[in-house]
Design a protein. Structure first.
Length: 160
């Protein structure tokens, strides 16, 4: 059951909470080798420079429960092609899985993207551990690569 929650834009003061959320999802949902790129993503959010070479603009949000604090974070970026947006670094703290927070953050991101442009294609990359969650949210698998992220961490590319 979802407690009262607030989804808001990420601020640099949220960085440590997001890193703790990441660590709570290792090694099942993220490989520890991904921590460096995640920290780089967070650091880049404080600048006007997009994090990835194919990114036009980055967006990142945190999900906060007043009595607990930040329990989730997730974002997306607009791709330079002008035709798509790509989900990036979505996660819920391991202690708060299966409570509806991931669904709320996913819907929030979809809504934000559609506000920017209702015609954008929405894509993401995820692992074998979470692709079924995204299927329930309306995403379809477009490709799969064994060990695509790390050993025993397959990559599933998906489109909404």
């Amino acid at each position: 059951m979802i407690s009262i929650m607030k989804i808001r834009e990420f601020s640099p003061n949220d960085k440590n909470s997001c890193i703790e959320i990441f660590k709570s999802n290792c090694p099942k949902y993220f490989d520890v080798s991904e921590l460096g790129p995640f920290i780089s993503w967070l650091n880049n959010l404080a600048t006007d420079n997009p994090a990835y070479s194919n990114s036009l603009k980055d967006y990142y949000y945190v999900l906060e429960i007043p009595e607990i604090g930040i329990v989730g974070c997730a974002g997306f970026y607009l791709v330079k092609d002008g035709e798509s947006a790509r989900f990036a670094w979505g996660m819920i703290h391991g202690d708060f899985h299966n409570k509806g927070y991931g669904t709320a953050l996913t819907k929030y991101r979809l809504d934000r993207i559609k506000e920017i442009s209702p015609t954008l294609n929405i894509t993401l990359g995820t692992s074998q551990h979470t692709y079924r969650f995204f299927e329930k949210m309306g995403f379809k698998v477009t490709a799969m690569l064994l060990n695509g992220y790390a050993e025993n961490m397959d990559r599933y590319d998906m489109e909404w």
